[in-house]
Structures are given as structure tokens and as C-alpha cells.
Design a binder for this molecule. Structure first.
Ligand code: DGJ
Length: 549
């Protein structure tokens, strides 16, 4: 039989292939050249850096550390030893604009240079009008001119060391400085993308009053609730936070009137009013910044201690119960983020994860528990990243965070591929949370705190916490990684109601490729009864299950 002649000559075919390769290269190049941005993958939101999803294994610097490059210098090697890939560092308004309109970005440039040299990304924190409620980082020319840049006032009309959010002058000055910063970043980093995200202001909130009593503020408080807020609340009525709905319900969901008419009288209304005005201010600052250079931007919240009332904690910040006010007021902000230092880590992180709000933890108390919290938040809530505070104070040698971040950096490619597809879970275990049940397809896993097992080696710490991440690869195949956990498996299949372990391998991930090590089917798994990740270390195990009757 004669072969049919191809309509294409070899020359044409190689020509097409060549053009195709060039185009693929250009597309890849164009993707790499896209500024860091957020992208949805299933139910997860990921940050895309150089065209690829990126998992932030971060650490925030103590407040003063980024004000001296020399001070910071010896710490970069330490960050690398810790497996930290991102540093959160302040940019201080007073230091970039010491004289009005005269900018000096040498600190920012030095920070970017040093981070790049160590292959570390940066999230910059704009210490502008407010830093933890106060205005301690505004330039001296702002601080001293209270006529032009008026202060918030308490009930007795006494000025506080915080700018009122009701001053156009302050807002315009902050906007100018922030826009100048973002423009500068675009110029010096708009191709290399060492800076991947921006936090706007820091832990905003009114304290010790729940609202500002400055003249303009009181006038606004006695006026009608702005239509922009009212229409947002009406449009999103079915999706509001339950705590907020319960508050609004008390006035029969009134849709017009003064703040007290719509939301009732009390500190909760003072706080809603405060939240709206802070949000409106932040929105304007963020919008001018994004216009110069469109990086993902977020705000962070100081959380409420149990039993505290508005005014006893920094009120009106981007907190869960008033998240909807912030969402209404800040369309340019990508998400609201918790600084978790107290209370239940599990509860706070769950409260900030919402369909329209991915979880990112810019600050958390740095301790031996940090690694467990990182694993939990990334596994359970698809966290964009986790960042303990004062990271430069750590000694990486033997620290549990070093081991936890090592494990997470091995797993990162797998986590990023699987996030948002319903095949990952995170677990946290300590004496207060000794057991969690997790379901995957036809299996239930019971995850318990390993240190409560009689064969566990005692922990060095008095308040240890275990944590881990579970990733499903197939109906019977799982990776379970972490520390301080024992996992047993139950079948949910009525035809074969018993679950058994076919095999467990420990191993490592090398550039996303699984490299199995020892087989653990004897003592290490209690002869096939369970899977154990001892608290004394951090491990990755691959388990294959089966069902029988
Ligand atoms: C939370 C703030 O956001 C940080 O800047 C720092 O002040 C820490 N608290 C200190 O614990």
C-alpha cells in the first residue's frame, strides 16, 4: 500500500514548531512578568508569584528592626536556615518622608537588595496614619501640626496621640506618601517582584473610646448612615456574619436613619461607625497605591480578648463581627487578616476564612507551637501564608519552627497543586483539643494528640501542641505530615466496614517528588493499628489503606 503524502513539508512542520516554541516561551515569559496577584483555585485563593502559586512561609520583623539595615544584616542567613521564604517588614512614613514632599527610599531599597540577595520575598507593612491605634510613625511635620492634622478626641474633648480619620488633610497626606511608595516600588521592583504584597496601616482601632469624639466625627455620627453602606448591607443580607445580623435584627433591619436609629444605641453602634470611617479612609489610601502599582493589599486586626467591650480593645478594626462593614468600605482591599496572639488559634483562623476572605496570618505569637499552627492553617484553611512575629529573635538551631518550615517547604509544591480541591485537611491537637475527626471519601480518620498516648516520650514544653496536614492522593492513598499526632482509620463503607493499613512509608519530598524511606509496618505503627508522628520530630508518612469485613 502506498503511503498518503502529508500535505505539510518538513520545512513547514519545523517552521510551525519553531513559532510555537517561541510563542510558548513568550506566554511563559509574560506570565513571569506579571506582578504578584491573587488567583482562585477551587475554594482556595493563592498568591501567584513569577507566574506560579507561592506558599508564604513567613516571619514578621519586630517593629524597629527594619529601620537599620546594619541591625538586620546578620539575620538574613538565619532566615534562610529557618526555611523562611518571606519577611514582613515595616515601611515607616516618618522615615520615607521626613520633610513634606521630600522622599527618601534608601531603607526600602536596601531592604529589597538584601532580601533579593538571600532569595527571600518581602511583604511591606505601611506604617502610615496608624500603627496599633496610635499615630506614632507619622512624620514630625504631621505630629506637630495639630491644626492641619487634627487628632481623635475622647469623650471629654481631649486630643489623643492618634490622627482622627475625619480629616481630609491627613488622608490626603497619607495618600500622597503611600502613592509615592508604590510608585517607587514599581520602578525599582516592577520586574523582579521581591515585594509580593502590601499591608495597609497596622492594627487600626480606637482605644480607649469605641468612637472618636472629634467635632466632625460627632457630626457624622448624628447624620444618616451613608447610602453606600446601607445598600451593601441590604444586598448581602443573607451572607452577613451571624453576629452582625443578630445586632441589626434588633432594630428590625432598619434601612435608613442615623447610626443609632439603624443599629440601636450602644457601644456596638459606636464601633460600627468607627469601622466604617476607618474603612473609608483605608480604601482611599489603598486605591491610590494600587493605581501606581497593583500588588495584593490587605489590612490586619488586633483581636479581642475574652470579655472585652468596644473601647477596651482597639475598636472598629477589621474584626470578624464587623467584617461586613470593612468589606463594604474597602473594595480595593483583597482580604482582612488576623494577628493571632491569644485565644484559640483554631477559632480565630476559622472566623477569618470566608468565601470572600482568604486566610493569611501576618502575625502570630512566636513559640514552639508556631509550627503546628502553620500546618493547621495551611492544611485546613488553605492559608496563603503564616508569619510569626519578631522572627529575628529566634535561634533556628533545633527550633520546632525550623523543622515545621522545612517540612512545609518540602510539601509546598504538592500543597499548592492540591489546595482548594477538597483533598486537604489540617489538624491541631493539644490537651484542650485531644481529638479531631476528619472525613475523606469512604474513610474517617480520628486524629489524636500523641502526647496523651502512654508510649509517647515526654515533651520538653509545658504546653505542647501537635499539628499536621493530610493530603489525599487517591481513594486509599494519603500523605500525613506533622508532629505529635496519632491517626486511626475507620471505614464508612457498609459493605466493607473495617479499615486496615496496607502500608506506611516515611519519606521526604525532593522538589515535589516523593522519595520513600523506611517502611513502618511494625512497632512504629503499633503493628498496623495506627499511624504515628511522634511529637519529638516532624515527619511525612505515606499511608495506603484498604477495607475488609
Ligand atoms: C501587634 C502589632 O501589630 C505589632 O506591630 C507589634 O506591636 C506586636 N503586636 C507586638 O506584640
Amino acid at each position: 500500500m502506498r503511503h498518503r503524502r502529508s500535505p505539510w513539508t518538513w520545512r513547514q512542520v519545523t517552521g510551525i514548531l519553531f513559532v510555537g516554541l517561541i510563542m510558548a516561551g513568550t506566554v511563559g515569559h509574560a506570565q513571569n512578568r506579571q506582578a504578584p496577584h491573587l488567583r482562585k483555585q477551587g475554594t482556595a485563593t493563592q498568591i501567584i508569584v513569577h507566574g506560579k502559586p507561592f506558599l508564604i512561609l513567613g516571619g514578621e520583623l519586630g517593629n524597629s528592626s527594619a529601620s537599620s539595615l546594619e541591625y538586620l544584616q546578620p539575620n538574613w542567613k538565619k532566615f534562610q536556615a529557618l526555611h523562611v521564604n518571606t519577611i514582613l517588614a515595616p515601611v515607616y512614613w516618618e522615615l520615607i518622608e521626613p520633610q513634606e514632599g521630600k522622599f527618601n527610599f534608601s531603607l526600602v531599597d536596601g531592604l529589597i537588595r538584601d532580601a533579593r540577595k538571600h532569595d527571600i520575598k518581602l511583604v511591606l507593612l505601611w506604617f502610615g496614619s496608624w500603627k496599633n491605634s496610635m499615630s506614632c510613625y507619622v512624620p514630625a511635620w504631621v505630629k506637630k501640626d495639630v491644626e492641619r492634622f487634627p487628632r481623635a478626641q475622647d469623650k471629654n474633648g481631649r486630643s489623643m496621640e492618634m490622627l482622627t480619620s475625619f480629616s481630609r488633610n491627613s488622608l490626603e497626606a497619607d495618600k500622597k506618601a503611600f502613592a509615592a511608595l508604590m510608585k517607587h516600588l514599581r520602578n525599582v521592583d516592577g520586574r523582579d517582584y521581591t515585594v509580593i504584597m502590601i499591608q495597609v496601616e497596622n492594627e487600626i482601632g480606637m482605644i480607649p473610646e469605641a468612637r472618636d469624639y472629634y467635632g466632625e466625627a460627632t457630626k457624622a455620627f448624628q447624620s444618616a448612615v451613608p447610602p453606600g453602606l446601607m445598600s451593601y448591607l441590604q444586598e448581602h443580607k443573607g451572607e452577613l456574619k451571624p453576629e452582625f445580623t443578630a445586632m441589626w435584627e434588633k432594630t428590625g433591619f432598619k434601612t435608613s436613619g442615623t447610626w443609632e436609629e439603624v443599629f440601636g444605641t450602644g457601644l456596638h453602634t459606636d464601633e460600627i461607625f468607627t469601622a466604617w470611617d476607618y474603612a473609608r479612609y483605608v480604601e482611599e489610601v489603598t486605591a491610590v497605591g494600587k493605581k501606581e502599582y497593583d500588588l495584593p493589599m490587605f489590612v490586619n486586626a488586633a483581636l479581642i480578648r475574652e470579655g472585652y467591650r468596644p473601647g477596651q480593645y482597639p475598636s472598629g478594626g477589621p474584626l470578624p463581627h464587623i467584617m461586613d462593614i470593612w468589606k463594604a468600605g474597602t473594595p480595593s482591599i483583597d482580604f482582612l487578616a488576623p494577628d493571632i496572639y491569644h485565644g484559640s488559634f483554631v477559632d480565630w483562623s476559622s472566623k477569618f476564612r470566608r468565601e470572600d476572605n482568604p486566610l493569611f496570618i501576618p502575625e502570630a505569637g512566636l513559640s514552639h507551637r508556631s509550627a503546628a499552627d502553620a500546618l493547621y492553617s495551611i492544611g485546613q484553611h488553605d492559608a496563603i501564608g503564616f508569619c510569626p512575629f519578631a522572627i529575628e529573635s529566634i535561634d533556628p538551631e533545633g527550633h520546632r519552627l525550623t523543622k515545621g518550615y522545612d517540612l512545609l517547604s518540602q510539601l509546598a509544591p504538592v500543597i499548592l497543586e492540591k489546595q482548594g480541591k477538597g483533598v486537604t485537611a489540617g489538624v491541631s491537637a493539644d490537651r484542650d483539643r485531644p481529638e479531631t475527626k476528619v472525613r475523606f471519601g469512604e474513610y474517617q480518620m480520628t486524629v489524636s494528640f500523641e502526647l496523651l498516648d502512654r508510649y509517647a516520650a515526654p515533651a520538653a514544653e509545658t504546653d505542647p501542641r501537635g499539628g499536621g496536614i493530610i493530603i489525599q492522593f487517591g481513594p486509599d492513598e494519603y500523605i500525613i505530615a506533622g508532629s505529635g499526632l496519632i491517626v486511626t482509620f475507620q471505614s464508612l463503607n457498609p459493605e466493607r466496614p473495617l479499615a486496615g493499613i496496607l502500608g506506611i512509608d516515611e519519606g521526604v519530598y525532593d522538589h515535589g517528588v516523593w522519595k520513600p524511606g523506611r517502611r513502618l509496618n511494625g512497632d512504629q505503627s503499633h503493628q498496623g493499628r495506627h499511624m504515628r508522628l511522634p511529637y519529638g520530630g516532624f515527619g511525612i508518612q505515606r499511608v495506603t489503606l484498604y477495607q475488609y469485613k
